[in-house]
Design a binder for this molecule. Sequence first.
Ligand code: ADP
Ligand code: MG
Length: 614
Amino acid sequence: MADIIRLLPDHVANQIAAGEVVQRPASVVKELLENAIDAQATSIKLIVKNGGKTLIQVVDNGTGMSETDARLSFERHATSKIQRAEDLFNLHTKGFRGEALASIAAIAHVEMISKTEVQEVGTHLKIEGSRVVSQEVAVAPKGTSLLVKNLFFNIPARRNFLKSDQVEFRHITDEFHRVALAHPNIAFQFYNNGGELFNLPESDFKKRIVHIFGRKTNEKLVPVEEDTQVVKISGFILKPEYAKKSRGEQFFFANERFIKSPYLHHALLGAFEGLLRQGSHPGYFLKLAVDPATIDINIHPTKTEVKFDDEHTLYAMLRSAVKHSLGQFNVAPVLDFEQDQNLDTPYGHQNRSPSVPRVSVDTAFNPFAETRSVTLPRSAPKKRAQGWEQLYEGLAQREPQTGGSTLTFESEAVSQGFFDREHGDLQPHATTFQLRKKYVVTTIKSGMVIINQSRAHQRILYEGFLKDITIKEATSQQLLFPLQMSFTPSEIQIVKEIKDSLGAVGFIFERIGEDGVEVKGVPVMVSESEVQMVMEQLISDFQLEIPGDSFSQSDMLAKTLAKTLSVKTGEVLDEASQNALVNDLFGCKEATLSPFNKPTYITLTENDIDRKFI
Ligand code: ADP
Ligand code: MG
């Protein structure tokens, strides 16, 4: 048989390599920004259009490249950053593989203009799919401009795989945040579709954080500082009371490189233990400086995972440094005070021993609840109750699905349905009681139903919101004073995208500005104190995934609102609320499942119980 193995042509090899290096537009942004930093730029401009799909440009004032270097830089394994294998263990640059430009040029239309200090004129190169299409001299300032157009133009499958412009843009913004935070001493500008999004002057770490995440961040930061032989830790954590529902603001940098480390994240969680509200995530911006010889950044092509020699020590040091800061800045007692303010005990307080700050956390604590005992339907004002009736209508023909067996309540009135529709009133039909502040239990003819209160309420709210959005007749309550909320530019972007759906459920915006919004109306079921939390949760959910069509957008909005506003485990429900919950749940179209596809209730028949007694 003839020999069949041959070497792949370079452009094919480059395309394959590109698959690893360039996953999406944000990967290109990362590589180009890092190249500019490695070239010692002090000012870097990023320009993107359509989520980076049509254009990504990075302009720097760094060292630039000679004519030969400009040509060579697009060859695979062409790098000025390492020469020997040993250099890998003493890296001071972001790049070292010499793959990025070759990969990008293999799958896009690329233009480079570059000039060094000593050159009179610069070099202008055009490359399309690894092919040099032109090379000219060009008048240019010192530095490099790299323009990447039509990403994946020659790999339609990859191009089609890209998410919406908004999602890709979000990934780019994340990347930009990471790089800009890691290098506060470099000035950055970021333009999106022609508009300036960030103009960050050269500054220090704290100011950079504030410039990116908004003025209000300043007062939320607590410094962390620890200098040991193994590691120098510096940076900031967000005070626990500002912990967000989203995981957004969590940044570790190792030697000025953004890294992901579930292990070190765990150390942080440990330090914050007992100080966070349930479901909120600590925010941190922490820099670790270690000897480059003790860190391996070679294990992943996109280089966000690293390996430290002495992870255990690092873990312990990080945890104790953060704990120390939390203690030193007296963060813990503040939270304690917040928790107790409901108790209103000014006199007794004088006699309390001041020396023992108690930091026990009641996991059921809901800082947004006005009262501890929740009255349902706080969420179902009159109008909604009428709405529910329509939902019940279907029940006449359709027996509710109860996981196989038909559910019939014990009282006579119910046997026709679950409630007395004739009187339009939701009457309690059977005794209910609450079990462990988590379940509502009630009897049915064949035995009992155990309802998960939180999931059931989610289902009820979800269907209500979905209906509001679809028929666009939600009522909004006007706020006496419009609420000001500050958000980062990327968060504002999301608010703009979902503004119409938010309007449909009752949010009315007075203004959506550069760094914040003014809300003058909110859905009837959202209390003023909940608005901030609801908005944060919405933004954080939409940050993770922007739904493509308007139906999924409505669906997601309804889900998020339901999740955020539903009663939680740990909340006490009075009897009327328990009854309303039971009735409303079984009035739902899809009573068996929560909007997140978890069972809302289970039934225990007499038979099931009998069997336990055998
Ligand atoms: P790496 O960064 O891993 O070396 P790249 O493919 O990203 O590989 O870049 C190849 C080479 O091109 C770099 O080593 C550097 O010498 C040069 N280069 C790339 N971008 C720039 C830039 N913006 N300014 C100056 N030189 C650059
Ligand atoms: Mg590089």
